[in-house]
Every structure is written in structure tokens, then in C-alpha cells.
Design a protein around this ligand. Structure first.
Ligand SMILES: NC(=O)c1ccc[n+]([C@@H]2O[C@H](COP(=O)([O-])OP(=O)(O)OC[C@H]3O[C@@H](n4cnc5c(N)ncnc54)[C@H](OP(=O)(O)O)[C@@H]3O)[C@@H](O)[C@H]2O)c1
Length: 336
């Protein structure tokens, strides 16, 4: 008997800030299992800032079409299998998007090691955001002990890990985030050396000069916009700028153009470099091993913001752009 599968599809391309009406909840029967496939029941799926770019008409990768199931990573459990390597009860992670069930042939799917941490972490600290923090900071930023690292979007899934990894490397970590609660999380729970609420502070350059009088050796940029403009003003000679994301720009109808700050790279002989986490895909096993070890040793802690119910996924996604989440934003579809 096919199972009724609830899915969230794209109903309209958002103009500016996404609206709940841009998404639709639909019900469709699951496809029958063919030999070499298995049926997985989703426990959690991820909502991520990059999805905003993927639902534009023109995207950096294959855009999602109207009527398509929203793309994204998910974790769940195999409930029926005609695949030789996947068995009922196995926890798996893959890219089957915003839906309650999926039929997979195993391509792009991995088994989740349940002894390490709860399976939801395969979408966060032990998944794509964790790898983004790890390789973005260590390989693109190349921090050295004693350096000052500033992270924008510091209380989110990626930023909260970047600061902790920077401290493990012997650096001083500073961050910006959008609420006093987030600032307290960074400085008290994650032991950042300092942080500020960019929604309250008016002069970001003055604030950075006050927090980091010796200047910035490394800026890990998650947000772009005015916070990044201020960080550029404060970089030291030989600084590295890791361009990870520009979330403040993702809802713009056209790309913002502003004062040119690249002269700061000239005078400070600095380097700004963008990256995509998948360029490090062949090294993910190494990154995952190290992150898991740091969690076990108590050197990395992580938070998840969990929204219950597939029908609330659009709200959770939109919340990324108003800062509703601390750490990794997830949608819980079923209890394991
Ligand atoms: N290069 C890659 O391969 C790669 C991979 C993953 C993620 N990324 C990028 O990394 C960044 C963080 O991703 P994430 O998954 O960790 O998301 P996240 O930080 O967990 O969530 C997004 C956060 O961005 C902040 N934000 C939203 N609008 C903002 C604005 N206008 N100005 C400043 N901050 C704003 C909000 O926090 P506040 O309360 O602080 O505003 C929100 O909580 C994003 O730019 C994403 O695109 C890049």
C-alpha cells in the first residue's frame, strides 16, 4: 500500500523577503519500491540560507522550479528496503528535501553513525554547516595562534562553530549577532572573547576598534553588508577574509552596489577568498572525525533550534532572515 507523503513545494518565486504563501503543502502517494531502492521516513530536514538563492529564477546551481519539492538535506530512518546495503532501522542522511518520506537508490545518501551524537547533528555540526565552518576557517582562513578572528552571523549554525574552532587554534574570537540573547550565548556559553548586537550598535567600525584594538587578522564573513564594510576598515596587514556567505543580500531584488572597499586589500596586502563547502567534499571524513572528537572532548558545543511539523517549514525558513534561530535551524517531521 503506498503511504501518503506530505511535501512542501515551491508555489511562487519570492519577491524580496519570502512569504509563507510562496510555499504549498501537498499530499502525494509514495512511489512503489523497485529493486535497488529503499523507503526512508524523514525525522528532520534542514532549512538553509542558500535555499533562498536556489528558488530564484537564476541561481548559481540548478534552480528549483514552481511545483518542485523544496530541496535540502534530511535525516531519517529506512522503513522498507529492496537495496542490498540499506536495511530497515538504518539511520541515513541525504538530499531528499522537504518531505515526510522519500524513495532513494542510495546515491547521495550516507549512513549516519548514531553512536557519535543524535542523528539531527548530521544536518548541523556533523554535517554541511560543520564542514563549512571547519574547512572555511582552517583552509581558506588559515588562522595562526594569537590572531584576532571576527565572525559575522556568529550565533548561527556555521558562525557559532567557526568561533569555537578559532579558539581551539589559539586565536581570540569575536562575533556579531542580532540580539542580546545571542551575544550572551556567544560570550558566556561559547566563550567568545567579545561580541556585539549589530541591531543595537550604530557605528560598527567604532565597536570593532573598541573590542579589537589590535585590528582583525581574519574576518569570517557570513553576512556581507554594513557589518562587512566595517570589518574591512579594521583589517591588519596580511589579513585573510573568508567570504562564506552574504545573507544580508539574499532577499535583494538586484545586487546591491556600494562604496568600493577593495582598496583596503591593497593597502593591507590582504586576501579575500570565497569558497563553496563542496570543494572539500573528498576531505569530509577527516573534518567529521575531528569535529566529533572535539565534541567528545567538550571543546565544541552546539545548539539546534527545532521547529515541529512539516507545515511550519516555510515559517522556519523565513525565520533565518529575521534571526529566529540560534545554532542550526531544523524542522522535525517525525519523532525517532
Ligand atoms: N560557502 C558555503 O559553502 C556555505 C555553506 C553553508 C552556509 N553558507 C553561508 O553561511 C552563512 C550562515 O549560514 P548558516 O547555515 O549558518 O545560517 P545561520 O547563521 O544559522 O542562520 C542565518 C542567520 O543570519 C542572520 N541574518 C539574517 N539576515 C541578516 C542580515 N540582514 N544581516 C546580518 N545577519 C543576518 C540571522 O542571525 P542574526 O540574529 O544574527 O541576524 C540568522 O540567524 C550564510 O550566509 C550562508 O549562505 C555558505
Amino acid at each position: 500500500m503506498p503511504i501518503l507523503n506530505r511535501q512542501i513545494t515551491l508555489a511562487a518565486r519570492p519577491e524580496g523577503m519570502p512569504q509563507e504563501s510562496d510555499f504549498r503543502l501537498v499530499e502525494r502517494p509514495t512511489l512503489p519500491l523497485r529493486p535497488g531502492t529503499f523507503l526512508v521516513r524523514t525525522e528532520f530536514f534542514s532549512v538553509d540560507p542558500y535555499m533562498r538563492m536556489r528558488i530564484r529564477e537564476e541561481s548559481y546551481a540548478q534552480p528549483t522550479n514552481i511545483g518542485d519539492v523544496m530541496p535540502g538535506r534530511a535525516v531519517g530512518r529506512v522503513i522498507e528496503s529492496k537495496h542490498p546495503e540499506y536495511h530497515p532501522g538504518d539511520a541515513v542522511a541525504g538530499e531528499w528535501g522537504w518531505q515526510e518520506y522519500a524513495v532513494s537508490d542510495g546515491k547521495g545518501t550516507r549512513r549516519v553513525e548514531e553512536s557519535l551524537a543524535p542523528i539531527s547533528t548530521a544536518l548541523g555540526v556533523l554535517g554541511m554547516p560543520g564542514m563549512t565552518a571547519y574547512f572555511g576557517l582552517l583552509e581558506i582562513g588559515r588562522p595562526k595562534a594569537g590572531e584576532t578572528v571576527f565572525i559575522s552571523g556568529a550565533a548561527g549554525a556555521v558562525g557559532s562553530l567557526v568561533g569555537q574552532i578559532a579558539r581551539i587554534q589559539g586565536c581570540r574570537a569575536f562575533g556579531s549577532a542580532g540580539s542580546d540573547e545571542k551575544v550572551a550565548y556567544l560570550t558566556q556559553e561559547l566563550r567568545f572573547d567579545g561580541a556585539f548586537n549589530y541591531k543595537e550598535v550604530r557605528d560598527y567600525t567604532a565597536k570593532l576598534e573598541e573590542l579589537c584594538p589590535g585590528g582583525l587578522d581574519l574576518y569570517y564573513d557570513n553576512v556581507g553588508g554594513p557589518v562587512s564594510d566595517a570589518a574591512f576598515e579594521c583589517i591588519n596587514v596580511g589579513a585573510r577574509i573568508v567570504v562564506c556567505g552574504q545573507i544580508s543580500q539574499y532577499n535583494n531584488r538586484t545586487m546591491a552596489r556600494g562604496p568600493r572597499l577593495l582598496w583596503r586589500l591593497v593597502v593591507q596586502q590582504a586576501r579575500a577568498e570565497g569558497f563553496m563547502v563542496h570543494q572539500f567534499a573528498d576531505r569530509f571524513p577527516e573534518g567529521l572525525r575531528q569535529m566529533a572528537a572535539w565534541i567528545r572532548e567538550g571543546k565544541i558545543s552546539y545548539r539546534e533550534t527545532i521547529t515541529d511539523g512539516i507545515q511550519n517549514a516555510p515559517k522556519a525558513f523565513i525565520g533565518l532572515f529575521t534571526g529566529q534561530n540560534i545554532g542550526k535551524q531544523l524542522v522535525r517531521v517525525a519523532k525517532g
